[in-house]
Design a protein around this ligand. Structure first.
Ligand code: AMP
Ligand code: MG
Length: 340
């Protein structure tokens, strides 16, 4: 067990001493979890291979899954990459700081294990005031995947990080609940037309308004093929209880619930709050009333189901528009079964 230090940093103002302590901990090659506007990140100096290696160990993350490098400003981003297409400046000026990651040609500044040996690097400028304050205090980029055990739902509070990583990392910065609740959009900017590799906080509708031409990556059915976003091939976001995703209305959901209950299974339901009065199950956890709330609450709701209380989660589906695309992407990965 390692000593895990905890810093409360809800507001980054007048917290110079704490920020310097956090920066010094990172500078010394340690791993620290911190809040961003998407989910909590598990950070290390992106130029220090040994430090980055500790992220993989703490999470149990496969080595061939590259990490995103976080920087405070566009100028800092420029220090990590080679020449890129002109539309990237338009995207950065429109959406950064914010929940979007650009895949760009790497200039080799980040350690090999950040890029998993690829010639490209994923870079993001987060907007969360605490993430910004930490990045501005550090003189190096911070590599950070989500601060959860690999395969589990991403953490949206410091308590989730503690659940998974206490005693395994040097520190946790508590900045309260994160906002978007979904990871960043990942956009490959290495060719003439940008390609969305992972839907996230910035929607394709928003991207269209800026660049007009954008391709949505279609997940490959050939699992042996080298994936473009290497993380895509791994299990993700899995709750402790198996999850069945059900297409259809409340009535359809109720049929599925009854079928499970007839098999003597205890059923937990994950759906919008307005469905509660139409559904009878062993447990009902409301996700919120609209897509934005569902995105914010999804991971924490997934973590609330325990195998002590229920045997299966039944979850409704959402329209694949705006942030709904990211929600459905995560739910399809979290699901063990999908009923059309
Ligand atoms: P996360 O697991 O949320 O930290 O997201 C990191 C994801 O970013 C990885 O799983 C990859 O899918 C993607 N990624 C990071 N760097 C690259 C890169 N150089 N090329 C392609 N995808 C990348
Ligand atoms: Mg993750």
């Amino acid at each position: 067990m390692m000593d895990t230090k905890e810093w409360a940093l809800i507001d980054s103002h007048e917290q110079t001493t704490k920020l310097q302590e956090i920066a010094a901990t990172l500078q010394a090659g340690n791993v620290v979890a911190f809040p961003t506007e998407t989910v909590y990140g598990l950070g290390a100096d992106a130029t220090n291979e040994q430090a980055v290696d500790k992220i993989f160990k703490a999470k149990g993350r496969p080595q061939d899954n590259p990490l995103i490098a976080h920087v405070a400003t566009k100028e800092d981003l420029a220090k990590l990459v080679d020449a890129y297409p002109p539309y990237v400046d338009q995207l950065i000026d429109s959406f950064s700081p914010g929940p979007i990651t650009y895949i760009l040609p790497s200039n080799g500044t980040c350690a090999e294990n950040v890029t998993a040996g690829l010639s490209t690097v994923g870079v993001r400028i987060p907007s969360h005031p605490v993430a910004q304050a930490i990045l501005q205090t550090c003189s190096f980029p911070i590599a950070a995947p989500s601060a959860n055990t690999s395969g589990k739902p991403s953490p949206t509070t410091a308590a989730h990080v503690k659940e998974d990583l206490f005693g395994k990392i040097a520190g946790i910065v508590d900045g309260g609940k994160t906002g978007v609740g979904m990871e960043s959009t990942i956009i490959d900017c290495t060719s003439d037309v940008p390609i969305i590799l992972r839907p996230g906080g910035i929607t394709k509708e928003q991207i269209y308004t800026v660049v007009g031409d954008v391709i949505e990556h279609q997940p490959s059915t050939h699992t042996s093929e080298k994936p473009q976003a290497p993380g895509m091939k791994y299990t993700h976001y899995a709750p402790d209880v198996p999850l069945t995703l059900v297409h259809g209305n409340a009535e359809r959901l109720q049929q599925v619930i009854h079928a499970y209950q007839n098999e003597h299974l205890r059923v937990g339901v994950l759906a919008r709050a307005q469905l509660k009065e139409h559904i009878q199950a062993d447990q009902f956890i409301p996700l919120g009333t609209n897509l934005v709330e569902v995105a914010t609450n999804l991971y924490s709701c997934l973590r609330r189901f325990s195998s002590h209380d229920i045997d299966v989660i039944v979850c409704e589906t959402f329209p694949k528009e705006n942030i709904g695309v990211a929600i459905m992407n995560r739910l399809e990965k979290a699901a063990t079964k999908i009923i059309k």
